[in-house]
Every structure is written in structure tokens, then in C-alpha cells.
Design a protein around this ligand. Structure first.
Ligand SMILES: [Zn+2]
Length: 104
């Protein structure tokens, strides 16, 4: 299991124009260096009209952000935090907030 940021994680943007916003990771790009986060780095996409039921127009969709610009959202700190890896007695690894030690 990867110890990095994963799909479904709640993250907060820590740099750039969306700094402070939080959202769920929708996708980790193949490179592993970029993520797509719900509601973050929105870009307008022009959709072509396909039919009467799909009239086209402009839709805002999230574009990718570099993984270094987001941090896991710690529910106890209520903000994006760096995380460390803790090895449990049974040798399994967990991510934890480096500030409050909340498992993430
Ligand atoms: Zn914390």
C-alpha cells in the first residue's frame, strides 16, 4: 500500500491560487506527482453540443495540481498537514499527522 496521497483522501491546498481550499482527491495521475482534487484548479471546458439532451456549453472541471501543493487534511488540526509514517507493532505502516499524531 502506498504511503503517499491516494484517491479518496481529503486534502487542503497549501500553495497557489486555491490555497486554503479543501477537497477530495478524485484521481492520482500515473506519474504520481499530480492529483486532481474536487473543486480545485477549475478550468472552463467548452463542450460541443451533442444532442438536445446534451446541449453543450461551458463546464468547469478540476485540472491537476502538483502533489507538493497539497497536504492531507488532518481532522483534528482541521488543516492540511505534513504526515509521517509510523510503523506499528505488527510491522504495518500508517500515516499520521506530524503535529498531533492523528492517524490519517
Ligand atoms: Zn493534526
Amino acid at each position: 500500500m502506498s504511503m503517499r496521497i491516494r484517491k479518496g483522501d481529503k486534502v487542503q491546498v497549501i500553495a497557489g491560487k486555491d490555497k486554503g481550499k479543501a477537497g477530495k482527491v478524485l484521481k492520482v495521475l500515473v506519474s504520481g506527482n499530480r492529483v486532481i482534487v474536487e473543486g480545485i484548479a477549475l478550468v472552463k471546458k467548452h463542450l460541443r453540443k451533442r444532442s438536445e439532451s446534451e446541449p453543450g456549453g461551458i463546464k468547469e472541471i478540476p485540472s491537476s495540481v502538483h502533489i507538493s501543493n497539497v497536504a492531507l487534511l488532518c481532522p483534528r488540526c482541521e488543516r492540511g498537514r505534513r504526515f509521517g509514517i509510523k510503523i506499528l507493532k505488527d510491522k504495518s505502516k500508517i500515516r499520521e499527522c506530524t503535529k498531533c499524531h492523528q492517524p490519517l
